[in-house]
Design a protein around this ligand. Structure first.
Ligand SMILES: Nc1ncnc2c1ncn2[C@@H]1O[C@H](COP(=O)(O)OP(=O)(O)OP(=O)(O)O)[C@@H](O)[C@H]1O
Ligand SMILES: [Mg+2]
Length: 242
């Protein structure tokens, strides 16, 4: 469960995120859309605990992120838009390193978990290779393994599909849906309305830091007062066009 209450971030007078209120139930896959510079990454970085809100509250599975940061962060897997990885490590070494950060010990349970994740993301074949030799899509899939290593109840992802080929995108979409079916709450930003419609039960559109629309893809169509394709609906909602 994720709850954002009056969440606000000011950058020298600029209201990058402006009093956002959202409640996302357990097991829901939630899509966060909006034009460039709307405030998606800023919101996500606050939710992941890497950026401090100017005002407002973030509740993750009942834990207030500012009051119980470790308990809240333990529930979260975070996949940033520009992840940092130690590229001189192999995929396997990197996952063991991340497991260590979460205090998971390297017993056989962990080896199995890492093996399962590498299999799931089709990286098993490259586990002994240095990350610097991975393609963009492989790095993207490895960072997803790392974010899932501690079996988080909430997965927060900033533009997961960027740079993935159709096969990789399909794989990731399926994994996200499976995670949600298992009760993981998913919050993902994307520019692709098709992806949002395919994967997410609920969508919110943010513009200039504010939520301007929220609902299922069907409800957004209604709100835009048009049938058409999702791109037109998005433009109508964000620019009054169409
Ligand atoms: N560190 C920062 N200092 C000052 N302003 C910032 C900073 N980070 C973001 N901003 C501003 O905050 C606003 C929201 O940016 P943000 O990165 O959250 O947008 P976004 O919705 O993720 O956009 P995109 O779709 O391009 O990724 C923008 O106007 C941006 O210039
Ligand atoms: Mg962004």
């Amino acid at each position: 469960m994720i709850k954002l209450i009056n969440l606000t971030k000011l950058y020298r007078g600029l209201r990058a995120v402006d009093r956002i209120n959202l409640k996302i139930e357990k097991g829901v896959c939630f899509g966060f859309l909006g034009p460039n510079g709307a405030g998606k990454t800023t919101t996500i970085r606050m939710m992941a605990g890497v950026l401090k809100p100017t005002e407002g509250q973030i509740i993750i599975n009942g834990h207030d992120l500012s009051k119980e940061p470790s308990a809240a962060k333990q529930c979260v897997g975070f996949i940033p838009d520009r992840p940092f990885m130690y590229e001189k490590l192999t995929g396997l070494e990197f996952l063991h390193f991340v497991a260590g950060l979460y205090g998971l010990d390297s017993a056989s349970m962990l080896d199995r978990r890492i093996g399962d994740l590498l299999g799931l993301f089709e990286l098993k074949h490259w586990e002994e290779e240095l990350i610097e030799s991975y393609s963009h899509g492989m790095k993207q899939r490895l960072i997803m393994c790392a974010a899932l290593i501690h079996q988080p109840k909430v997965l927060i992802v900033d533009e997961p599909m960027v740079g993935l080929d159709p096969k990789g995108a399909r794989l990731v979409k399926n994994i996200f849906r499976e995670q949600a079916a298992k009760g993981t709450t998913l919050f993902m930003s994307t520019h692709s309305l098709e992806v949002a419609e395919e994967v997410c039960e609920e969508i919110a559109i943010i513009q200039e830091g504010r939520i301007i629309a929220r609902g299922t893809a069907g409800e957004l169509r209604e709100q835009a007062g048009m049938d058409g394709n999702l791109e037109d609906i998005f433009l109508r909602l964000t620019q009054g066009e169409g």
